[in-house]
Design a protein around this ligand. Structure first.
Ligand SMILES: CCS(=O)(=O)c1ccc(CC(=O)Nc2ccc(-c3ccc(CC(C)C)c(C#N)c3)c(C(F)(F)F)c2)cc1
Length: 246
C-alpha cells in the first residue's frame, strides 16, 4: 500500500460516511435542546410494549439503511461475495448505527436524537428493556468522551463493519485483506492527528459494542416469543433479515 492508496482509501470512506449520514452533526447541534414535552413523553410511555418495539424497530431500520449504503462504498466491500457482505452487515450494521448515534448524544442532559427530538431514557420505558437502553446510553457517553472527529468516526465505522472474525464468512482471507487496509487507514489518520493512543480505546469500544448488540439480539428473541405476530408480520423486513437469528 503506497501512502497515496491509503489517502485515497480514507478519502472515499470519509466521503461515503458523510453522504450516508441522514443528518450532519452541525444540523443536530442546532436541535440539541429540542426535547420532548411532558405530554409527548407521556404518549411514548402509554404505548404498549409491542407498539413501542415496532416504532423503534422502524426507526432503527431507517438508520440501518444508511449504514448499508455506507458499507457499499467501502473500497473492497463490494469485491466480497454477496453472502459475506450480508454476514458482515448482519452483525455489524447495528454496531455502526450505535457508533453513529453517539454523534447525536447530548452528554449535558443525557439525551439522544430520536424521532426528531432529543430523548432521555424515560422515553423508552414502555419497551421493558431498561438495561439495553441504559447500555446504549452508556455506550454513547463513552464514545462522546473520546471526542472523535467525523473522519475518525468514518474510519472506525468501516473497521467495525469489516471484521474478519465475524461468524459464517465464506472467504475469511479476503475479508482480512479489506480489514487490514481499513486498519491501515485508521492508524494513518490517528497518526496524522497525533492521537495513536486512541487505537486501543477504539478496540475496547468495539468489545463493548459486541456485548451491546448481543444484548439487543437477546431482547429481540425474548420479544419475538412474547409477541410473535408483531415480530413476524409488523417489523420491517430488513430488521427481521438482519437481526432475527433465524
Ligand atoms: C445511522 C444513520 S444517521 O444519519 O447517522 C442517524 C439517523 C437517524 C438517527 C435518529 C435515530 O434513529 N435514533 C434512534 C433510533 C433508535 C434507537 C433505539 C431505540 C430502541 C432500542 C431498543 C430495541 C429494543 C429496539 C435501540 C437499541 N438497541 C435503539 C435510538 C436510541 F438508541 F437512542 F434509543 C435512537 C440517528 C442517526
Amino acid at each position: 500500500h503506497s501512502l497515496r492508496n491509503i489517502d485515497e482509501l480514507c478519502a472515499s470512506i470519509v466521503r461515503s460516511h458523510r453522504e450516508t449520514s441522514q443528518y450532519r452533526v452541525e444540523e443536530l447541534q442546532a436541535l440539541r435542546w429540542k426535547l420532548f414535552s411532558r405530554e409527548e413523553i407521556q404518549t411514548y410511555q402509554s404505548k404498549s410494549v409491542d407498539e413501542m418495539w415496532q416504532h423503534c424497530a422502524i426507526r432503527l431500520t431507517d438508520a440501518v439503511q444508511f449504514v448499508v449504503e455506507f458499507a457499499k462504498h467501502i473500497p473492497g466491500f463490494r469485491m466480497l461475495s454477496q453472502n459475506d457482505q450480508i454476514a458482515l452487515l448482519k452483525t455489524g450494521s447495528m454496531e455502526v448505527v450505535l457508533v453513529r448515534m453517539s454523534r447525536f448524544f447530548n452528554t449535558e442532559n443525557n439525551t439522544v436524537f430520536f424521532d426528531g427530538k432529543f430523548a432521555g431514557t424515560e422515553v423508552f420505558k414502555s419497551l421493558a428493556c431498561g438495561d439495553l437502553i441504559a447500555a446504549v446510553f452508556d455506550f454513547a457517553h463513552g464514545m462522546c468522551a473520546l471526542k472523535l472527529t467525523e473522519q475518525q468516526i468514518a474510519l472506525f465505522s468501516a473497521l467495525v463493519l469489516i471484521n474478519a472474525d465475524r461468524p459464517c464468512l465464506e472467504d475469511r482471507g479476503k475479508v482480512q485483506r479489506v480489514q487490514r487496509s481499513v486498519e491501515l487507514g485508521l492508524t494513518h489518520i490517528l497518526h496524522r492527528d497525533n492521537q495513536e493512543s486512541l487505537m486501543h480505546k477504539l478496540y475496547q469500544r468495539m468489545a463493548v459494542l459486541r456485548s451491546l448488540c448481543s444484548l439487543h439480539m437477546e431482547k429481540l428473541r425474548w420479544f419475538s416469543q412474547r409477541y410473535p405476530l408483531t415480530a413476524h408480520s409488523l417489523f420491517p423486513p430488513l430488521y427481521k433479515e438482519l437481526f432475527a437469528s433465524e
